[in-house]
Design a protein around this ligand. Structure first.
Ligand code: AMP
Length: 213
């Protein structure tokens, strides 16, 4: 199964992608995670991406398209994958379609996680992630048992540098200008399913599964 998760920053794409990965045993491909790792590892790619990411803007298309082309050709993607954070604009979506066509593959479902802007800002400013195992927390809706410590592996929780109010506003603007038009792009191909991303993560997950099963 090949899935795309759409939705604004903070809609819960990462959380749902992790749950889908477990259920269907297919990899989660998050361009944001790949880029953050490159920044941490101080690679050439990381150096190029950092300033753009800190500013809440999109990393150039040729870079992310290159990353995705390489990643979806890897062996673990044979049975499918979940794209989380890619595509982010029409150019990326067209390139993805072309690449999949060349491989004789297609996307089965595009799930759009729908949530309103006020809720997104609240979710993003309170969230923290474990750099060791990727578990996600929120100071109000899912606080860790011990402050700043991961419940699952004991790692020290981190806040993303771009999860501050000013950058969040920029990321939301980029979303509405560049990424939201993908809803129309995919609804024309009849592969778009909209899911209300409200309630607990489990409730949202049930809705997502209903759409794809
Ligand atoms: P995310 O973790 O998906 O919220 O992505 C964090 C940041 O990484 C974004 O604000 C962008 O700067 C960059 N990024 C992630 N995915 C893409 C993409 N598909 N195209 C361009 N930039 C991206």
């Amino acid at each position: 199964m090949r899935l795309i998760l759409l939705g604004p920053p903070g809609a819960g794409k990462g959380t749902q992608a992790k749950m889908l990965k477990e259920k269907f045993q297919i990899p989660q491909i998050s361009t944001g995670d790949i880029l953050r790792q490159a920044v941490k590892d101080n690679t050439e790619l990381g150096a190029k991406a950092k300033t753009v990411m800190d500013a809440g803007q999109l990393v150039p298309d040729n870079i992310v398209i290159g990353l995705i082309k390489e990643r979806i050709r890897q062996g673990d993607c044979k049975t499918g994958f979940i794209l989380d954070g890619f595509p982010r604009n029409i150019t990326q979506a067209k390139k993805l379609s072309e690449t999949l066509q060349d491989m004789n593959l297609a996307i089965d479902n595009v799930i759009d996680l729908e949530v309103d802007e006020g809720e997104v800002v609240e979710r993003l400013t309170g969230r923290s992630t474990c750099p060791e195992c990727g578990a996600m927390f929120h100071q109000v809706s899912r606080p860790p048992k011990v402050n700043e410590v991961c419940d699952s592996c004991g790692g020290k929780l981190e806040q993303r540098p771009d999860d501050n109010k000013e950058t969040i506003e920029k990321r939301l603007k980029v979303y509405s200008e560049s990424t939201a038009p993908l809803k129309e792009f995919y609804s024309k191909q009849e592969s778009l399913r909209t899911v209300e991303a409200k309630g607990t993560v489990e409730e949202i997950f049930s809705r997502v599964c209903l759409m794809i099963e």
